[in-house]
Design a protein around this ligand. Structure first.
Ligand SMILES: [Ca+2]
Length: 257
């Protein structure tokens, strides 16, 4: 249910805003009619209401893509989405190359050399709960159909990338939340073609730790929007499992009054 709510939330937000636009238009039409009264010719009266009708009939629903809903355990890239990592201080995107099942979760990670990390540490990875039940791995309860990210001990950052399939206006909706009961300490960022649009710190567990971001931008086909998770200002990666909700609304074709 929570996963469904997370998916519907941006949709309902958009519907609410879109409905508000229709209400504003109706009020404007009524205002013009009242102001002009009998001076408003019948054909203009019909034209104004035709405008309202057209607004209601025009297909205005945006294309909505939600990284967790679109998740693939097989393909990377996966349509507009891809999963990968970046070095701590560089914006070099590297695709994850390995997908495996671990503790009931599907995990994407890279083909890192075995001696690249200390024996007890792990490579950066993205995890997805494919079940309809919460999966608990140690202190990390992962809700059904959700994505979490975990950085590496040397600061390699997780990246969920959305690549624009076409040019137009989009709305980016991002949320990052601590997913370790002992308290996550990570940094969250959103980039558009390497320019940072948002930065925040995730500290703690659950909703109190949540940082979120929403904005409208114009993209050209092929542009990259990156949802990035790093090991935070404390430069340690333990307990750094972070839930990532990444949503894109393509607004091209939507009439906005
Ligand atoms: Ca940390």
């Amino acid at each position: 249910m929570q996963a469904t709510n997370a998916f519907l939330s941006p949709v309902l937000e958009w519907v609410w805003r879109s409905s508000g636009q229709v209400v504003v238009l109706v009020v404007l039409v009524l205002g013009v009619q009242r102001f002009l009264g009998y001076r408003l010719l019948a054909r203009w009266r019909y034209s104004l209401w035709f405008l309202v009708l057209a607004r209601l009939l025009v297909p205005v629903a945006p294309t909505i893509t939600f990284a967790a809903a679109d998740f693939s355990a097989i393909n990377n890239p996966n349509g507009a989405w891809s999963y990968g990592w970046m070095p701590r201080t560089k914006l070099e995107f590297n695709l994850y190359t390995k997908s495996d099942t671990l503790f009931g979760l599907i995990e994407w990670t890279g083909d890192f050399p075995p001696d690249f990390f200390t024996p007890e540490s792990r490579a950066p990875h993205l995890s997805f709960n494919p079940t309809t039940d919460q999966v608990e791995v140690g202190n990390r309860p992962l809700e059904p159909r959700r994505l979490t990210a975990h950085p590496s001990p040397i600061g390699q950052r997780n990246v969920i990338r959305w690549k624009a399939p076409r040019s137009g206006s989009i709305e980016i909706i991002a949320a990052f939340e601590g997913n370790d009961l002992d308290g996550t300490t990570t940094d969250a960022s959103v980039y558009h073609n390497g320019s940072r649009l948002f930065a925040g710190d995730v500290e703690g567990f659950g909703k109190p730790s949540r940082v979120s971001f929403c904005t409208n931008i114009t993209v050209t086909a092929g542009d990259a929007v990156d949802f990035v998770e790093g090991y935070g200002s404390n430069h340690t990666y333990t307990r750094d499992t972070t839930r990532v909700d990444a949503t894109i609304l393509e607004l091209t074709g939507v009439i906005i009054f």
